[in-house]
Design a protein around this ligand. Sequence first.
Ligand SMILES: [Zn+2]
Ligand SMILES: [Zn+2]
Length: 223
Amino acid sequence: MNDRVDLEALRLAVYRAFAATGAAPYAGELSAGLDVGLGAVRDGLAELAHGRHLALADDGRILMAHPFAAVPLGFSVMGRDTLWWGGCAWDSFALPHLLPDQAPVLVATTCPACDAPHAWRVGTHAPPPGGQVAHFLVPVEHIWDDVVWTCSNQRLFCSVECVDRWLAREGLERGYLMDLVTLWRLASRWYAGRLQPGYQRREPSAAADYLRSVGLDGSFWGL
Ligand SMILES: [Zn+2]
Ligand SMILES: [Zn+2]
């Protein structure tokens, strides 16, 4: 058993476990699968979290490997033969693009303002029909201050009226509103490559180009 872990192999093992099972792998499973000591796996996970490939709980458990989540954040995503916590609205709409064999997936949630249930069949060819609106609370420059909080506040609502009612009730300022078409476009290629070896995060300028290309604008997105 090795006492050093190849970070990219570890990252891929986490992503592939999430993709195949819907659940985060335990450090012990990663250690056995990669033939690397448990301490090295834990150090590697911390390093991946530092590089924003993962979000970890205080006890080291994997909470998120975007767009995968190990905790409920308001969404479920049912594929052909696998069920995932959907992460946020962005992440839920991204899963069929990352896992086209599972598409179209059933994304389900409830409106945070009025608890009305909503569901869409989300595929890779066109955005789903619907007049619902996505509301993102946290501006892009603060996404990683507390990424679980950020994702738990990227939700889908019945209408702008429901967004405003929820904001007033929670004492929060409006963030960014988008329709389902824009959300689907945002989700379509953002996470491309994360299930392949050699994945590199986008440089800031490429990220900005992508966000502009899907129709986003303004200081909320750092544009
Ligand atoms: Zn998210
Ligand atoms: Zn509502």
